[in-house]
Design a protein around this ligand. Structure first.
Ligand SMILES: [Zn+2]
Length: 148
């Protein structure tokens, strides 16, 4: 299972077949609930919490439960289709952007994606002695971002 990335930058997928394919490619058996939850993460990339995802998907699938939403999110995180973003004591937020990127946490509680060019990642790796094995690099900014 490779990490097949569905998104370049801001492509929106509303096509259920495309969504189902992305789930399958990432080892997630597509169900209509999983498709709905994943589609909502792709549609609005603002790092929603599980409660926020629940509120969004309930508009389309009124019968879905919060437990089901949590369950879908857990599966996506396990299969590395979605990243769980934990920041201080805030509830976990979910990020569907699989490209390497940094997060900017602003003081109003927003979390924004900041692109990290590959050469910058290499420079960060080069800070370490060569016998260090890096599995994961996480860069977080904190401050004020302009209102969008
Ligand atoms: Zn992100």
């Amino acid at each position: 299972m490779g990490s097949y990335s569905p998104m370049s930058t801001s492509t929106h997928f509303h096509n259920s077949k495309a969504i189902a394919d992305i789930l399958s490619h990432n080892g997630v058996r597509p169900t209509s609930q999983r498709e709905t939850v994943y589609a909502s993460l792709l549609e609005k990339r603002d790092h929603p919490t599980a409660d926020e995802v629940f509120a969004r998907v309930r508009e389309k699938s009124p019968s879905i439960s919060l437990a089901t939403v949590y369950n879908c999110l857990d599966v996506f995180v396990q299969q590395k289709l979605v990243k769980a973003v934990n920041f201080e004591r805030a509830p976990t937020q979910y990020c569907a952007n699989l490209a390497q990127h940094a997060h900017f946490h602003d003081e109003t509680g927003r979390t924004l994606d900041i692109d990290m060019p590959p050469q910058l990642i290499n420079e960060l790796r080069n800070l370490l002695p060569s016998d260090f094995d890096v599995k994961h690099i996480e860069v977080n900014f904190h401050g004020n971002a302009p209102k969008s």
